[in-house]
Design a protein around this ligand. Structure first.
Ligand code: FES
Length: 188
């Protein structure tokens, strides 16, 4: 009987021992995890963009003052941005071109938002060496294809801002944008 009691006592003591070790291990792991969180959170916070960086990341443009045939120059991420309302004639001129014959084949549809083909939004940066093309300002030279003309080395872009002549290899870039209302877009 005595040996049985001793065994039971040792057994209980053993379980307590195990429980104590488990508790110590769990406590140590929990403490380590809390430490890891304490280290990770400030790192994650440092990686989150600040408000001014977020403001630079997107640009809202009011379209209400841009009449058909007019364009405005603004900036997006510190680079020139052109926003243009095409006239029906300019849309027709862009549409009658066989896109497969172009240096950088794209249709006007592919460069604009569904149902809002008249709104052409492009970067104002020539894809040759980065000059700012003419054509967005009142009375500026739009080049022989009626879109934009780069005075640096003579690249001409058409009414869909696609490269048609000169050394530029690509169409003017269309940034990511969406309509936030009938008269406003958010670029970026
Ligand atoms: S930078 Fe525009 S044509 Fe060279």
């Amino acid at each position: 009987m005595a040996s049985v009691e001793t065994t039971e006592t040792e057994g209980l003591a053993g379980e307590d021992g195990v429980r104590r070790r488990d508790f110590i291990n769990i406590a140590a792991v929990s403490f380590a995890s809390a430490g890891a969180v304490a280290v990770v959170v400030p790192l994650v916070n440092q990686m989150n963009p600040s408000a001014d960086v977020l403001a630079l990341a997107s640009t809202e443009v009011d379209l209400s003052s841009i009449q058909p045939g007019q364009a405005i120059k603004t900036t997006f991420r510190s680079q020139p941005l052109f926003v243009r309302q095409l006239t029906p004639k300019e849309i027709e001129e862009a549409d009658k071109v066989d896109a497969s014959t172009l240096r950088d084949p794209q249709t006007l549809e592919e460069r604009t938002v569904d149902g809002k083909k008249q709104w052409l939004v492009t970067m104002g940066v020539c894809t040759h060496l980065g000059c700012v093309p003419l054509g967005a300002g009142e009375g500026e030279n739009k080049g022989e294809y009626g879109g934009y003309f780069c005075p640096c080395h003579g690249s001409s872009y058409d009414t869909a801002a696609r490269i048609r002549k000169g050394p530029a290899p690509k169409n003017l870039e269309v940034p990511k944008f969406s309509f936030t209302s009938d008269t406003a877009i958010l670029v970026g």
